[in-house]
Design a protein around this ligand. Structure first.
Ligand code: PT1
Length: 280
């Protein structure tokens, strides 16, 4: 198991590509599936395109966590994700991440050679802390209020940045008590997960408060509905705003960007870094 994967050297920002292993995903179900059946050739072509466009990490998920999404069974999630994890490990040199809260999938993905567990529930499911610790993989701990089904009903906070930071601090402590090494921990404020537009804007404006916890910060803002709320844009019209939010995240200390549009975001990161190199 490679601990020092070159794609996980966070001295420069890293680009995490979203790979939806969900046959019904309206945005990109057709990219990997023929009807409801996984198409191996489509998967290989898709993964190679993400490599060519400049991705560092492939984040493979079989459970939709968009607002209003319904849960998926453990077996269905495994059946969706594992074949793609296996292809990603075999066919690419990228770091491979599994977007899951399911302990069994964490363990199977680790055996197949994955590098990262990205858990929107911050290892809160029964057995998840233990599975993640025994896997020795990197873990991304994300903040969510509620569940994907109900999280946008009426999100409320005392002070959103404080509340999110305190939650992450607790999950970091729990992770370390379970035996996860601190250098394997990333954190994520969870944009869109039980947050109003104002909550999301405040979290991004004050992202350095999250960064100050001392762990690499991952952000996922790509095409999210906060852009729809701000600008009235449909999903396919959200790239320019997604790039702006990505750059503002980097400016505020984010180290990993989870996005749909790899080539465009790679260009944006590269110009950001070219300027940062001249900034003492
Ligand atoms: C994320 C993330 C994720 N987002 C991490 N993992 C999703 N670490 C899945 C909307 O408001 O931000 N960080 N895994 C996707 N979830 C959402 C949530 C998609 C909200 C869309 C919205 O539109």
């Amino acid at each position: 198991m490679s601990v020092n994967h070159p794609k996980l050297d966070l001295s420069s920002p890293k680009l995490m590509a979203i790979v939806n292993a969900t046959p019904d995903s309206f945005s990109d179900g057709g990219l990997l599936y023929h009807g409801r059946k996984l198409d191996q050739n489509k998967v290989k072509a898709r993964l190679q395109l993400l490599v060519d466009e400049g991705a560092d990490i492939l984040d493979i998920g079989g459970e939709s966590t968009r607002p209003g999404a319904s849960p998926v069974s453990e077996q269905e999630e495994l059946d969706r994700v594992m074949p793609i994890v296996e292809l990603a490990v075999q066919e690419t040199d990228l770091a491979v991440s599994v977007d899951t809260s399911t302990p069994r999938l964490m363990l199977e993905a680790a055996s197949a050679g994955a590098h990262i567990i990205n858990d929107v529930r911050a290892l809160a499911r029964e057995g998840a802390l233990e599975a993640a610790a025994s896997s020795s993989l990197f873990v991304c701990l994300m903040h969510m209020q509620g569940t994907p089904t109900n999280m946008q009903d009426n999100p409320t906070y005392d002070q959103v940045n404080n509340d999110v930071a305190n939650f992450l601090k607790q999950r970091i402590d729990m992770s370390q008590q379970a035996g996860i090494a601190p250098e394997k921990i990333w954190i994520d404020p969870g944009f869109g997960f039980g947050k109003t537009l104002q909550h999301n804007l405040m979290l991004l404006a004050q992202l350095p408060m999250i960064e100050q916890l001392g762990f690499p910060v991952l952000v996922g803002l790509s095409r999210k509905s906060l852009i729809g709320h701000l600008l009235g844009r449909d999903l396919e019209e959200r790239l320019p705003a997604s790039l702006a939010l990505a750059m503002m995240s980097l400016e505020r200390g984010a180290k990993i960007l989870r996005v749909h549009d790899i080539q465009a975001t790679r260009d944006a990161i590269d110009v950001f870094c070219a300027v940062s190199d001249h900034d003492q």
